[in-house]
Design a protein around this ligand. Structure first.
Ligand code: AMP
Length: 216
């Protein structure tokens, strides 16, 4: 299964990606996660992308496309993958199509997680991430037993710089202006499957698996 997940920030892409990647036994490739890991390790790439991410702006296509090209060349991606957060504009979608067409391994589907803007802000502003294991919690919808501590590994929770309210507005604007056009791009390619992303995590995973089972 070669799959792209698309949807606005806060639609639950990262959470669903983990379940779907495990269900199909394919690697979960999140460009945001790769960038954050580089920032944490203070690599040259991390230093280059940090300011863009903190402002909610897209990192340059040249840096991002190269990162994805390298990642897709790794052995574990040869039997399928789930891309989360890439592509984020039509130029990136065209580069992805070219990379996959060189390998003769086109995408099977693009799964769109659709959600109302009013739900997004509440989801993002309450999100807290574990510094240790990366699991996402939510202060209201999925609280931990002790404030600020991960139930899974006892790691410390933090709020992503770009989940602060002033940056969320910019991220939504960037999504509408730059990322939303890829939805029509993939509809035209006949790859788009849209599901409603409101509800519990398990309901949405089930919707996704049911929708994806129809393509094979
Ligand atoms: P995410 O974790 O997917 O929400 O991404 C967080 C941030 O990483 C974005 O707001 C961008 O600054 C950057 N980023 C992630 N993926 C991409 C991409 N495909 N193109 C450009 N910037 C990206």
């Amino acid at each position: 299964m070669r799959l792209v997940l698309v949807g606005p920030p806060g639609a639950g892409k990262g959470t669903q990606a983990q379940f779907l990647a495990s269900h199909y036994s394919i690697p979960h490739i999140s460009t945001g996660d790769i960038m954050r890991a580089n920032i944490k390790a203070s690599t040259p790439l991390g230093l280059e992308v940090k300011a863009y991410m903190e402002r909610g702006e897209l990192v340059s296509d040249s840096v991002t496309n190269e990162m994805v090209r390298n990642r897709l060349n790794e052995a574990d991606a040869s039997h399928g993958f789930l891309l989360d957060g890439f592509p984020r504009n039509v130029g990136q979608a065209e580069v992805l199509r070219a990379i996959l067409s060189e390998k003769k391994t086109p995408l099977d589907a693009v799964l769109e997680l659709s959600i109302k803007t009013s739900e997004i802000v509440a989801r993002l502003s309450g999100r807290r991430i574990c510094r240790n294991c990366g699991k996402a919690w939510h202060v209201d919808f999925e609280p931990t037993q002790a404030d600020g501590t991960c139930d899974a590994c006892q790691g410390e929770l933090y709020q992503r710089e770009d989940d602060k309210e002033e940056v969320i507005t910019r991220r939504l604007q960037v999504f509408e202006e730059q990322t939303a056009p890829i939805i029509s791009f993939y509809r035209t390619e006949g790859l788009l499957i849209t599901i409603n992303a409101s509800g519990s995590v398990s309901e949405i995973t089930e919707r996704a698996i049911t929708a994806l089972s129809r393509i094979h």
